[in-house]
Ligand binder design. Structure first.
Ligand SMILES: Nc1ncnc2c1ncn2[C@@H]1O[C@H](COP(=O)(O)OP(=O)(O)OP(=O)(O)O)[C@@H](O)[C@H]1O
Ligand SMILES: [Mg+2]
Length: 242
């Protein structure tokens, strides 16, 4: 199943929060090795899609597969293939950032010595070494963003899912993250990213999917989607432009 050329597939996925329909028959595929930008205005359904994909939320109908593994039935296999960088910070307040990464690695069966080595390498890569023994409370917002990325990468997943990874980052950090993501994609990782930053989507991604009011309104290669004049109203909402 791991040989599947389709990294992520959703087929007619529907999700309700009580009476609110957050996802309405969502169907799309992300190919292995793609850099996929998932765009849409606030409340469009991007995070809900990610939550269903990663098993954090249950969908009511439809099918979600990760390299052929059903995201619900084969949860352990599918979740192992994903590194998730969530939209919000959700760190254990009692652990140092190094411990936090080692614990996360433990969920994926990585032994403590190897986990510690990986944690130190990632902390160095994201310029967090001097905060190694601090709790996450002692980190600035941009540092916490970098820690989210370290945690997503600790088990070296095939797919990286990033929910607004550069929101609130300064320019230098944004460029650091962009370079690193481009490099990871070059090395073969499949990347699924949501953003409200059109420059980010334009610079990094190969494919764009657009969701609005829980429905997919367009999927295609970057150039074709960005040239589609009929999507101007949605793009204005995505970027918050007047
Ligand atoms: N846990 C929840 N309970 C109830 N409603 C929810 C919940 N999570 C999301 N929603 C609703 O589902 C809809 C989609 O929300 P979602 O978080 O997926 O949007 P989004 O596209 O990620 O937006 P943003 O760009 O603001 O992050 C919204 O109407 C939101 O209010
Ligand atoms: Mg969101």
């Amino acid at each position: 199943m791991r040989n599947s050329e389709i990294a992520i597939s959703l087929l007619k996925v529907t999700k309700f929060y009580n009476k609110l329909q957050a996802l309405d028959n969502v169907s799309f595929e992300v190919k292995r090795g793609d850099f996929f930008a998932f765009l849409g205005p606030n409340g469009a359904g991007k995070t809900t899609t990610i939550n269903c994909l990663t098993g954090l939320s249950n969908h009511q109908s439809g099918e979600i597969k990760v390299f052929g593994y059903d995201a619900t039935r084969d949860y352990v296999q599918s979740r192992r293939l994903i590194g998730l960088c969530a939209q919000e910070f959700n760190f254990d307040p009692f652990l140092t950032i190094h411990q936090l990464l080692v614990y996360q690695a433990g969920y994926f069966g990585i032994l403590p010595m190897e986990a510690s080595r990986r944690a130190d390498a990632l902390l160095a890569r994201f310029q967090l070494t001097e905060k190694r023994n601090c709790k996450h409370r002692a980190l600035s917002g941009g540092m916490k963003k970098r820690l989210l990325l370290c945690r997503a990468l600790i088990h070296d997943p095939e797919i990286l899912i990033l929910d607004e990874p550069t929101a609130g980052c300064d320019l230098e950090l944004k460029f650091l993250i962009w370079d690193y993501l481009a490099q990871l994609n070059k090395e073969g990782k499949t990347i699924f990213l949501t953003t409200h930053n059109m420059e980010e989507a334009e610079k990094l991604c190969k494919t764009i999917g657009i969701i609005n009011h829980g429905k997919i309104v367009r999927i295609g290669d970057k150039k074709t989607v960005l040239q589609d004049k009929s999507l101007e109203a949605v793009f204005l909402e995505v970027t918050g432009a007047e």
